[in-house]
Design a binder for this molecule. Structure first.
Ligand SMILES: [Zn+2]
Length: 400
């Protein structure tokens, strides 16, 4: 595909009206001349989606999986979904969605928005959707009696509606000690501090009803490439924990504070310094191949990455805001940076540099149980705040 063709494709990007359901649905009724069924709606990926199998039984719909893609054929028209990208192709037209098609537990799930908003417009004569009744039906069927939606239950403390899962990554480990944390107690390096904070964070999140997956719970080395991929199907976000350090030079031990990163270009010398330090863990690992880019995927990948970046920026902001308040050092704010550990993330992901091992005050704080706990409490509050906003947006509910 030429650049011109890509630009034409970009210019033809259409849109589905941004109408979210006002209440989270647990099912939609699909009614056709072949029969009627309540099809379960899941929001496990943050947007409403339905399994393909019950739809195939009731609709003129076929599905096929190709590597990285799902191809749906509805009434003879084919729609191509790049898996996990919040968009699909109708011919050469890219149509954005709130979330993408995905495969979980060997089943293809398609965004409810495609079925209830796009199909009724694309096949106006044949199908319609009644959002109040939650009923997708073939035109010409008899009208039905509406049933009220079931009540919503929230977690009493956090207000979250769904059980959420977070992957917590303690930086470094095993043969990779991280930075020496020069002002930490003897024998303590970055890898010990990150594990201490990560374990506290797990406790605090679990206390708030959030499930936690740890990339490591002991002193072992995990590849930078294998960490974020642990946050997949049932995971909402990824948090990596690190300790910053400066090279010995005049006044180096005066620099203190906490900063939070999400993926992007490094815009400052300081960001480049931190990326070089954290990516250096790669030298403990064997080489990995880099795959090339297909220009036809460019737009869809871009949409996919953009959505994750927007979410990562918000997550970084909320975590930094809370954690900086609990921290004795400076509030160093949020920044983008080229961290390998974040580059493989397919969910919102941040990396927190929790303090400087080369500053006495910071080192004492982040290596003490009380400091680790204070940071974990603040970070957990920031994460829950993010999840609440995420639910408010994706489930169409107020965030309290
Ligand atoms: Zn580190």
């Amino acid at each position: 595909m030429t650049l011109a063709a890509v630009l034409v494709l970009a210019a033809s990007v259409g849109s589905v009206e941004a109408s979210h359901p006002t209440v989270p649905r647990t099912a939609v009724i699909v009614a056709t001349s072949r029969g009627e069924a309540a099809v379960a709606v899941t929001s496990e990926r943050g947007h409403p989606a339905v399994a393909i199998d019950p739809l195939v039984r009731l609709l003129p719909l076929k599905s096929a999986l190709e590597p990285g893609w799902a191809v749906l054929t509805f009434a003879g028209q084919s729609f191509r979904f790049l898996l996990d990208a919040p968009a699909f192709l109708d011919g050469t037209r890219v149509v954005p969605l709130w979330g993408g098609a995905y495969v979980a537990r060997d089943t293809l799930f398609v965004p409810l928005q495609w079925l209830t908003e796009y199909v009724p417009r694309r096949f106006r004569e044949g199908y319609r959707y009644d959002p109040l009744a939650g009923r997708f039906e073939e035109s010409g069927l008899a009208p039905v009696i509406r049933r009220p939606s079931p009540p919503v239950t929230r977690h009493p403390e956090t207000g979250l509606v769904q059980r959420r899962t977070v992957t917590v990554d303690a930086g470094h480990g095993g043969t990779d000690p991280g930075n020496p944390c020069v002002f930490c107690p003897p024998g303590v390096t970055e890898k010990h501090v990150t594990l201490g904070i990560a374990k506290q964070l797990r406790l605090e999140l679990e206390r708030r009803g959030v499930s936690v997956t740890m990339t490591r719970t002991s002193d072992t080395l995990i590849s930078l490439y294998d960490r974020a991929p642990l946050c997949t199907a049932d995971c909402d976000l990824f948090v990596s924990i690190h300790v910053d350090a400066l090279a010995r030079r005049r006044g180096y031990d005066q620099v203190s504070g906490i900063h939070t990163y999400f993926l992007g270009e490094a815009l400052t010398d300081d960001a480049r310094r931190v990326a070089a330090m954290e990516n250096d863990a790669l030298r403990y690992e064997s080489d990995r191949p880099v795959t090339g880019d297909d220009p036809a995927l460019f737009i869809l990948k871009h949409l996919q990455a953009n959505e994750i970046l927007r979410e990562s920026a918000l997550l970084a902001e909320l975590v930094q805001f809370r954690a900086a308040k609990a921290h004795p050092g400076q509030d160093r704010g949020i920044q983008q940076n080229r961290f390998v550990v974040l580059a493989t993330a397919r969910r919102p992901a941040v990396l927190v540099e929790t303090g400087f091992g080369t500053n006495r005050g910071d080192a004492q704080f982040i290596s003490s149980p009380a400091g680790q706990r204070a940071l974990a409490v603040a970070m957990a509050d920031g994460i829950v705040e993010y999840l609440r906003r995420y639910e408010a947006k994706t489930l169409g509910m107020d965030s309290r």
